[in-house]
Each structure stands twice: as structure tokens, then as C-alpha cells.
Design a protein around this ligand. Sequence first.
Ligand SMILES: *Cc1c(COP(=O)(O)O)cnc(C)c1O
Length: 383
Amino acid sequence: MVGVVPFLDLPAQQRRLGAALRERMERVLTHCCFVMGPEVVELEARLALYGGARHAVAVSSGTDALLTVLMAEGIGPGMAVFLPAFTYTATAEVVLLLGAKPVFVDVEADSFQLSLASLQARVAAVKQAGEVVPKAIIGVDLFGQPAPWDALKSFATQEGLTLIADCAQSFGAAYKGRKLGHEAMATTLSFFPSKPLGCYGDGGAILTDDDDKAALYRSLRSHGEGQQRYEVQRIGLNARLDSLQAAVLLSKLDVFEEELQRREAVARAYDAGLPSLITSPARVAESQSAWAVYCVKLPSLSLRESLRQHLTQAQIATAIYYPKPLHHQPAYQACHDGVPLPVSESLGEYVLALPIHPDLTDEAVDYVIRESQTWAREQHEAE
Ligand SMILES: *Cc1c(COP(=O)(O)O)cnc(C)c1O
């Protein structure tokens, strides 16, 4: 008996990171440069290198990263921004905060990533209606896997739309042999503790190859500051990153590749061991997942609920991402045009996320697999 299998194990992570983590944090307590200190400068250099981008601009969260990028593009009233309906609320929230219109796009049933066919249809419809001007696409790298970037890039170029990557869940993943970080004009990251690269609070970053945009993001994250201190060039935000969070992230980056390998090993063990009644996540072609989420599919809502209940009784934590697509959420209903997005609308009934994190032991993985097999046998016997 393994006992409890948590969805995320931050105490175990802290023990594994050990003294190195505390030393880095101790250094911040010594220099007392708590906001945008030397750790932030070091972190930005390492993030840029890792993601293969010229610049990394550290910010206070993944949401503020998206907000900063949209502000830099001048997104506002009368403009449409296209994004998947099957994602976290932050992707759409920032569009509405700026007074623009989020246009929800459907996803693929197997990979859960943005559907190009749906995107094409949605852009064409918005152009024809002529009420708002199509401006940008936010491609979301969902659950650790990349969005279909090659297709998105050629479509965005053809339509003259700005392409933004919401990579909050997938930093560390690779697409066509290269780490994510430069597929779009700007790539936004989140370091919320549950993301593949997480800090111990809120944090985020923006990666870009564009020198002018990087300078603009730096100004926007600090109240629109100009070249001089207290020179206010534009309306901005307080979206800076704390040095303590950067210190945590520097420690985590030292072991990031090992963690990604461990997540991959857990995913492969699940793939091989789960019963056939449970469909393992489909892989995006030519990619390597960062495995933020291992999301399986069940044949029906009742089977999903029954498996979830069985695992809960066995003290195995699970989660449902996402029970409801964004356009069905109270906050977004009014801005949706009523067009059906059938895949996003039905996925909530079938999906179930199993625990996947670098501190999951082999025993815990075997236990999750065994319990899933026990459950599947009970289903067959009940037939
Ligand atoms: C977590 C997340 C965000 C927001 O990141 P925060 O750091 O929590 O603000 C944005 N988009 C997606 C897809 C996310 O999963």
C-alpha cells in the first residue's frame, strides 16, 4: 500500500532541491534587493538561452505576461483576438480586460490543441460580420504539448494577424527538435507552483526575439517607465518579479531537465500500464511534452466519474481540466456569438488528469496503474 498519491508534492520537491535552494534564497535575504534584484537579471539570461529567444522579460505572473504583450500590441476595443475555448481563463480574461473581443476557437479531440479548421472558420466569420477587426491569435500550448505552430504561423502570416504563444503550461517542451520559446512573436510563461517550471508564489516571463518589443515589455511591467527613473512614458502595470521567486527558479532550472525526464518516464509507464478502457493522451507529432498534465479520456461521463471515485477512494488525487469550456462560463457567455464548439463542449465529460510530477515514485506510479486495472476489471465483470 502506497497511501496517499498527491497531485503535486511540493514538500518532496523542497527536500530534493535541498541546501542549494536555501542558499540562493539566503543570498537574497542578505542583499535585500527584493524586487528585480540580481537573481532576476540572471534568470532572464538563462530563460532566454533555454527558450532560444533573444530576450526574456521576467514578470509577476503568466497572466501579467499575456496582459503586457497585448498592451504592447495596442489591443483594445473594436479588435478580435482568437483563442481556444478549451484553456485556462487567463488566456481570455486579459483580452476582455483590455476591452477587446475574445473569439473562441474549437480544439482537436485527440490532442486537445487548437483546431486550425475551426480557427479558419472563426476568422472568416468575424471578417464577414465586420463588427470587430481580427488582430491576434493566442496559441495555447496545452497540458505540456505544443500547439500546431507551423500551421498557425502560416495562417497568421497569410491573414496578417499577430501570433502570441501562451506557453504557461509547456515551457520545457520541444517542437520539431527545438525547445518552445520562439514559435510566435512573443511567448508567455507562467511559474505558478503547479507548472512544469514553478516558483514558490506567482511569477512569469515573456520571451521574444524583437529588441523593441522587449524594451516595451520592460517599460510596461514597471509603470510605463522611460529611460529615466520617474519618467512616465506610457500607462503600464506593476508586473515585476520578486528576487526570491527568481532565486527559487534558478535552483529549479538546475534540475529542470532531470525533472522533465522523470515526467516523461511516468507518462510512458502510464501509457504502457493503463487498461484499454482508459485512453492515454495522444502525442502532438514531432514534439516532446513537458507533461504539465497527463490527461486521459474515458468512453463516457459515467465511466469517468466511476474511475475518479475509485481513485479517490484509493487516495489517488485526480483533476478535471477543464470541466466547462470558457464560452459556457458565466463571465464569457455574453461575449460569445453562440457558434457551437462541439469538441470543447464535450471534452469536459470525458477527461481526467492523473498525477504526474517529478517526485512521483515508481511505487506510486505502479499503484495508480494497479488501481486503474482493478477498476477496469470491475467494469468488465459488471457488464
Ligand atoms: C496558468 C496559466 C496561465 C496564467 O498563469 P498565472 O501565472 O497563473 O497567471 C495562463 N494561461 C494558461 C494556459 C495557464 O495554464
